[in-house]
Design a protein around this ligand. Structure first.
Ligand SMILES: NC(=O)c1ccc[n+]([C@@H]2O[C@H](COP(=O)([O-])OP(=O)(O)OC[C@H]3O[C@@H](n4cnc5c(N)ncnc54)[C@H](O)[C@@H]3O)[C@@H](O)[C@H]2O)c1
Ligand SMILES: *[C@@H]1O[C@H](CO)[C@@H](O)[C@H](O)[C@H]1NC(C)=O
Ligand SMILES: *[C@@H]1O[C@H](CO)[C@@H](O)[C@H](O)[C@H]1NC(C)=O
Length: 314
């Protein structure tokens, strides 16, 4: 036994497996629970396999070997076992509100006052998950980005009743496992990542809908242009460097930028004939039967990018 505390993982799908690997990489004792115990065994095998491959190809995180990391990860078959004495429990069950609320109702009956319940949810506000709970002040969202092992952002989102020590402790645990947390001061729909992502998607939709660019060229604007900078700087620091600082950027560009934005259209709903137009162009480049192959390529590229970023720290 290492002297680190116990972390619980509820739900052993892709996201649960990634969290288990991240916690084990810094020597936490990790306990995984799933309604379907077969899934836990399956997850354990996949994790073992994945950690061994990464040890060989040099992408394993942490300073202990794959074998030691695997030994820190155990499966259990009851909710009681995963919650017992855990300092932090990461919930990773499917994105269905009624399922999550039902689980939180069960958790509420057995949770200790020192255990943090953190949800991986991409879309539900922490208040909606926890409002009916007696222990609602122990619930928070820690939203990862797929694949979490190689994309480090975690959005930490408290509800208005989440206790402040929970917010701070969650952030310090995320830093400890070497993810890159941001903490929202309060919950807002879409958190931060999806609000920014949707603003971009809306404009892409309009550019195609108005016949300005085709689908491939819209994607090229990001992948060969803005995305190159954004992988390192983010949009705000980008402006800071593109002038003599941000204040100077506003002096130079506030008028022209505001002028361009006067032409922006209202947020579209992604429905109607344009759906087929965009889908057809995407399918002709990457047919549905090739999605898995393309995802593997994406994850390999992200791995290389994350290694470059690690060596490229300013
Ligand atoms: N996949 C992504 O790209 C991604 C990214 C960020 C966040 N998330 C969020 O992470 C969560 C999990 O996503 P995933 O892709 O790993 O899902 P998944 O469907 O792959 O896995 C869910 C697992 O939960 C188990 N499960 C179902 N109900 C349960 C219950 N009541 N108790 C215990 N286990 C239960 C299932 O058996 C399954 O093994 C979701 O909330 C999702 O929105 C996913
Ligand atoms: C800031 O921008 C203006 C252009 O609006 C330019 O004339 C000025 O020299 C810039 N200031 C500095 C400190 O570079
Ligand atoms: C190493 O293996 C992992 C797990 O299969 C994979 O995700 C990653 O892309 C590989 N990295 C390299 C550099 O081959």
């Amino acid at each position: 036994m290492s002297e680190k505390g116990k972390i619980g993982i509820i739900g052993s799908g892709l996201i649960g497996q990634s969290w288990a690997m991240l916690f084990a990489s810094v020597r936490y004792n990790v306990v995984i629970y799933d309604v379907d115990y077969e899934q836990v065994k399956n997850a354990h095998n996949k994790i073992k396999n994945e950690l061994e491959i990464m040890e060989k190809n040099g992408t394993l995180r942490g300073n202990i070997g794959a074998e030691q990391q695997i030994a820190l990860i155990k499966g259990v078959s009851t909710l009681e076992e995963v919650l017992k004495d855990a300092i932090f429990v990461q919930e990773c069950i499917p994105e269905v509100l009624s399922l999550k609320q039902e689980l939180y109702g069960l958790i509420d009956k057995i949770i200790c006052p020192q255990t943090i319940i953190s949800s991986s949810t991409s879309t539900f506000l922490p208040s909606h998950l926890s409002e009916k709970m007696e222990h609602r002040n122990q619930v928070i969202v820690a939203h990862p980005v797929n694949p979490p092992y190689f994309v480090p952002l975690v959005e930490i989102v408290p509800s208005e009743w989440t206790e402040s020590w929970i917010v701070q402790k969650t952030r310090s645990i995320m830093e400890e496992i070497k993810q890159s947390p941001v903490t929202l001061s309060k919950e807002v729909p879409g958190f931060a990542l999806n609000r920014i992502q949707y603003a971009i998607l809306n404009e892409c939709w309009h550019l195609v809908n108005d016949g300005i660019l085709n689908v491939q060229d819209v994607d090229t604007v990001m992948s060969e242009g803005l995305g190159m900078r954004y992988a390192f700087l983010g949009p705000l620091e980008t402006t800071h460097l593109n002038a003599e600082g941000f204040t100077n950027y506003t002096e130079r560009y506030a008028n022209s930028m505001h002028g361009v934005c006067q032409h922006f259209k209202a947020p579209p709903k992604f429905e109607g004939p344009l759906v087929k137009v965009i889908a057809d162009q995407l399918n002709s480049k990457t047919p549905l039967e090739d999605l898995q192959k393309r995802r593997l390529w994406r994850d390999q590229s992200l791995t290389k990018l994350s290694q470059l970023k690690k060596y490229n720290n300013y």
